[in-house]
Write a protein that binds this ligand. Structure first.
Ligand SMILES: NC(=O)c1ccc[n+]([C@@H]2O[C@H](COP(=O)([O-])OP(=O)(O)OC[C@H]3O[C@@H](n4cnc5c(N)ncnc54)[C@H](O)[C@@H]3O)[C@@H](O)[C@H]2O)c1
Length: 255
């Protein structure tokens, strides 16, 4: 029997990148998986590849979150596993970047994370069968980074939200953990390299001039590294693990 046989799982932002790898891994472990993404094409493509369901929603829209949650409950029932993964990154220094960049990152990384995770949490609480929630934050939720101030702040708030939710949901046997990847080879990361005029080598080696730590393990994270940890946190193997922030970053932060 596979780890998640008979379970249902929902992964947001799973049209590509880390979310898609997580959705794929949960499906391989036996779960029926639904993908939510704002991009209809990638959502459909990813869902078709793992024989799952695709739902299209911009999760910054509270009404859309309610609609998609109702649709999910009708098609799949109350999920056993919910992974909040959708996120965006805009590079730039706090002193110089437009307020719009701060707002955009908080809208997706913090507010939408709250809306979507809370909707799932309410359904799981009311469903009464327990479950697991995994919230993708970042290793920079706890470690300051040059050129990523607003992103760091938006993820730090969400990391704390996950820990508070863990407290609220413990009595309902819903575990909540924050999964904190380090630099991971995805389109989000590649766009950052272009914006900063750097490449993967600089990220792996670190850059003392900008107080940027390197990666002792000597390579970037892969979406699969993150997906394996998401599966662990989603599964009964982590049955007594809640309220934690688990770093998957090859030692990049050592916090
Ligand atoms: N790649 C990294 O180095 C890295 C490191 C640490 C944390 N993370 C976090 O991991 C998560 C996944 O990152 P990724 O690198 O795979 O990103 P990505 O840009 O490759 O994929 C993000 C997905 O989220 C979807 N999305 C974005 N905004 C949305 C919205 N408002 N509503 C619905 N869907 C939305 C996008 O359409 C896309 O499919 C993010 O939360 C990111 O902040 C990434």
């Amino acid at each position: 029997m596979s780890t998640l046989d008979g379970k249902t799982a929902v992964v947001t932002g799973a049209g590509r990148g880390i979310g898609r790898a997580i959705a794929t891994r949960l499906a391989e472990a036996g779960a029926r998986v639904a993908i939510i993404d704002k991009d209809p094409e990638t959502a459909k493509d990813a869902a078709a590849a793992l024989n799952g369901h695709a739902l299209v929603a911009d999760l910054t829209d509270a009404a859309a979150v309610d609609e998609v949650t109702a649709e999910l409950t009708e098609t799949l029932g109350v999920p056993d596993v919910f992974v909040n993964n959708a996120g965006i990154l805009r590079s730039g220094r706090l002193l110089d970047s437009p307020v719009a960049d701060w707002d955009a990152q908080f809208a997706v990384n913090t507010r939408a994370a709250f809306l979507a995770t809370r909707a799932a949490a309410v359904a799981m609480r009311d469903g009464g069968k327990g479950g697991a929630i995994v919230v993708l934050t970042s290793n920079c939720a706890r470690t300051p980074r040059m050129d990523l101030g607003a992103y760091c702040a938006s993820k730090a708030a969400t990391d704390m939200m996950a820990r508070c939710l863990a407290l609220e949901l413990a009595a309902h046997r819903v575990r909540v953990n924050s999964l904190c990847p380090g630099s991971c080879d995805t389109e989000l990361q590649r766009a950052q390299w272009v914006a900063l005029g750097i490449g993967p080598e600089r990220q792996i080696q670190g850059d003392p001039t900008s107080f940027r730590t390197g990666i002792p393990w000597g390579r970037l994270a892969t979406p699969q590294d993150v997906a394996e940890t998401a599966l662990f946190l989603a599964s009964d193997a982590a049955g007594f693990v809640t309220g934690q922030s688990l770093h998957v970053d090859g030692g990049q932060t050592l916090t």
